[in-house]
Design a protein around this ligand. Structure first.
Ligand SMILES: [Zn+2]
Length: 446
């Protein structure tokens, strides 16, 4: 799909900082060894908001987009070498049963840098000042929807948002119980300085802007935070580099070469870019659901999109379908499906059709009479051809979802005003309806 056809929603609001802070950021990154050999600069684009281009260079596959010294990244090495930040954490209180993710710790580091700037106007931290200025002030993930908006979201979005909330609140509680006072103002970070709202912002800053960085490329540091962190530490914030927007029609690789973090273009929808064209990278083969819930935007006609169903969707569909609702379904069948995780990976894809698991599940529920586990087992893991008879039920399911999403969209439209997150979620529902309708047209029931 061509760039002009694609309606892209802004990844995030324009940040407060203008070109001045970007200019300062250039200077600081330059002092850390960045050459900007591809002459990248930031521009505002209608479709994406701020993004990157080169005013001089054209790019073809195999060309490097950026080569940023690892020292410019904010990684575990940065945190472990910052003595003042480390001393903020009372190591005595680290508890193996209440650990936080590295992402939460980096979020903490952002808030810490922010407070130091406000508190002491420390000149050493001008790098952070200019970087913090380039970060958006808000995010448009459904997580930031208002309560009335959340009430109009489908189960899958709501579930993801609730899970994010549980995690973020949990981490913030742990952090608050560990951190000490600010050396400058004497106030307590946990009680007086940091708020949950700020932590949410910082958490999503890391969520939307970090890059993958394998920790084997980092020098072995002291490990002050080892007993605090659960999981790995292989992410980093990448100032300036994080201004690249995502596209589903490019492929890029990220590699460490010597002391540099290098992004290379691997494929493009056109043979060559032109100067001033926005340059995109790939954040991965991500569906619109993932893009929306993690980054706060989605892509029209996203190449990597698919639509996922839950077992609950099937149960709801049965209740609403006159023909199906008169039949009885033995609970053993549902139990069997759950026990064998057949309800994972139940999706439709516009080109590839219905996923194997979705066919198996529909077949087990609607197309056979047995409810004994050994028989269900034989059927579920037997000949795949037998599952081809579920087209009518699949068709009901798709229609049911289209209707449901249209209703949710209508509910959102009734609200007096939508937040940015609400508006993005609204348009996402519309894209889902379009996707499912196109699926329907491409795969009609016989
Ligand atoms: Zn202070």
């Amino acid at each position: 799909m061509g760039r002009t056809q694609r309606r892209r929603l802004k990844r995030a609001k324009q940040s407060g900082g203008g070109s001045n802070s970007l200019q300062e950021l250039y200077v600081h990154l330059h002092s850390l060894g960045w050459q900007n050999h591809t002459h990248l600069s930031a521009q505002n684009y209608d479709q994406t908001g701020r993004g990157l281009c080169s005013k001089q260079d054209s790019f073809s596959p195999e060309d490097e987009l950026i080569r940023l010294p690892i020292g410019c990244l904010i990684s575990i090495a940065t945190l472990e070498s910052d003595e003042a930040f480390k001393s903020l954490f009372n190591k005595e209180l680290f508890d193996k049963d209440s650990r936080i993710s590295f992402q939460a710790l980096v979020a903490c580091y952002l808030l810490y840098s922010k407070h130091l700037l406000e508190c002491s106007l420390e000149t050493l931290h001008t790098f952070y000042a200019s970087y913090l200025d380039t970060i958006p002030t808000s995010y448009s993930t459904p997580y930031f929807c208002s309560i009335p908006e959340l009430q109009c979201l489908p189960e899958s979005l709501l579930e993801r948002t609730v899970a994010q909330n549980r995690q973020i609140r949990g981490y913030f509680e742990i952090i608050k119980s560990l951190v000490l006072n600010c050396d400058c103002c004497g106030k307590s970070y946990g009680q007086e300085i940091w708020t949950l709202a700020q932590f949410k912002w910082a958490y999503f800053t890391v969520n939307t802007r970090s890059v993958y960085l394998s920790s084997r490329f980092l020098k072995k540091q002291s490990s002050h935070f080892q007993a605090l962190i659960s999981g790995d530490t292989n992410l980093a914030l990448a100032p300036f580099l994080d201004l690249f927007n995502h596209s589903d029609s490019v492929q890029t690789t990220a590699e460490i070469e010597g002391q540099d973090y290098v992004l290379t273009l691997k494929s493009l929808p056109v043979p060559k870019t032109k100067p001033y064209d926005q340059l995109f990278i790939s954040y991965g083969a991500l569906s619109n659901f993932k893009l929306l819930t993690e980054y706060g935007f989605w892509l029209k006609g996203n190449k990597h999109d698919y639509f996922e169903f839950s077992l609950l969707d099937i149960e709801h569909m049965v209740k609403r379908n006159k023909e199906l609702s008169t039949q009885t379904y033995h609970r053993n069948i549902f139990k069997f499906i759950r026990e064998h995780n057949l309800n994972d990976q139940m999706f439709v894809h516009i080109d590839d059709g219905c996923s194997h698991n979705l066919k198996v599940v529909l077949h087990l529920i609607f197309k056979q009479q047995s409810y004994f586990p050994n028989i269900l087992n034989q059927i579920a893991f037997g000949d795949a051809e037998q599952f081809e008879d579920v087209q009518p039920e699949l068709s009901y399911l798709v229609s049911y979802k289209i209707e449901e999403y249209e209703i949710f969209g209508g509910e959102l439209d009734k609200l007096p005003k939508l937040t940015e997150s609400g508006a993005v979620a609204r348009s996402y529902l519309q894209e889902c309806v379009r996707y499912l309708s196109d699926y329907h047209a491409a795969h009609p029931a016989e």
